[in-house]
Ligand binder design. Structure first.
Ligand code: A2P
Length: 276
């Protein structure tokens, strides 16, 4: 009964009532995983012609209107993957996510043809250690970069921080990190080189606190033999809400790191996570 309902929905949406807009790929939903009432991930087929760099984002929409709403989504799968993965928030009145949160396997998702973004290893100058600092759905680009051998070729060590309101919201990041060591492509590269620091801010858990608090207190660096970011050895990527970006960026700049871009690689890069 349940499966039939899913199939009906899938068939309804598989034949969109509206024409596919120009410069768009129409891809099929392969799987959907719901983590909480606020967060879910999904995988879609990958067009053969679609190329991207791990860490980039692309515009996503649904074929449910003449002029569909598109939103920026970081691609969470690495550049070598056969499918494309995304990690999304659910907003009950969000122009896109109120509908997107209801997709099921077989449905159609629209994707614009060109990806872009600054959370790419090319936008950073070489150094020993890469920090990936995420809150909420800001973990998505790091799910991509962590699974790309290029990240491990460019940096000796990776520290990834993931902060969410509660433990259930950390589940997506926990799963991605947990599977790295068994990944046939990445497993050996990761061994002994990855530190994962997951914290909650609203639910009691083994490690608590906003990442900004942990940076300011120096707690984030305990075990590394330093009290803050080191411009010579550390490179930083930041992805989260606008307020989080501003606050973390200020702390990273205070430590003496300069912001980089594709045109001018430097010591840290930022990208706003999708929020509506
Ligand atoms: P808090 O619970 O104290 O608001 P959200 O889901 O609202 O985007 O939040 C994701 C995580 O980011 C939460 O743990 C939240 O903490 C934290 N957060 C929100 N704003 C900031 C900020 N300005 N700096 C650092 N962390 C933040």
């Amino acid at each position: 009964m349940y499966n039939t309902a899913l199939l009906d929905t899938a068939q309804d949406t598989a034949a969109p009532a509206f024409p596919i807009p120009a410069n768009c790929h129409a891809e099929r939903v392969v799987s959907v995983t719901h983590y909480t009432d606020r967060l879910f991930s999904f995988r879609i087929t990958r067009p053969q012609s679609f190329r991207f760099r791990s860490g980039e984002f692309v515009m996503i929409g649904l074929p449910n209107a003449e002029k569909p709403v598109f939103r920026a989504y970081s691609i969470a799968s690495p550049s070598w993957d056969d499918e494309l993965e995304f990690f999304s928030i659910k907003v009950s009145d969000g122009p896109l996510t109120q509908h997107l949160q209801k997709i099921v396997p077989g449905d159609t998702v629209l994707m614009r043809q060109k990806s872009t973004g600054t959370l790419v290893v090319d936008a950073l100058t070489p150094a020993r250690r890469l920090w990936m600092i995420a809150t909420g759905t800001g973990f998505a680009p790091f799910a991509s970069l962590l699974r790309d051998p290029e990240t491990w070729e460019k940096f000796d060590e990776v520290v990834v921080t993931n902060t969410c309101r509660d433990l259930a919201e950390l589940a997506y990041g926990d799963t991605v990190v947990g599977k790295l060591r068994d990944d046939p492509l990445i497993g050996e590269l990761v061994e002994g080189r990855l530190t994962y620091i997951a914290t909650t801010t609203r639910e009691t858990s083994p490690r608590m606190g906003r990442v900004t608090t942990l940076i300011e207190s120096g707690e984030l660096f305990s075990g590394l033999g330093q009290s803050g970011f080191d411009p010579e050895n550390d490179r930083v990527m930041i992805c989260g809400s606008l307020a989080m970006l501003n606050d973390v960026k200020a702390l990273v700049e205070k430590a003496g790191l300069t912001e980089g871009s594709n045109a001018k690689p430097a010591e840290f890069v930022v990208e706003r996570a999708f929020v509506g």
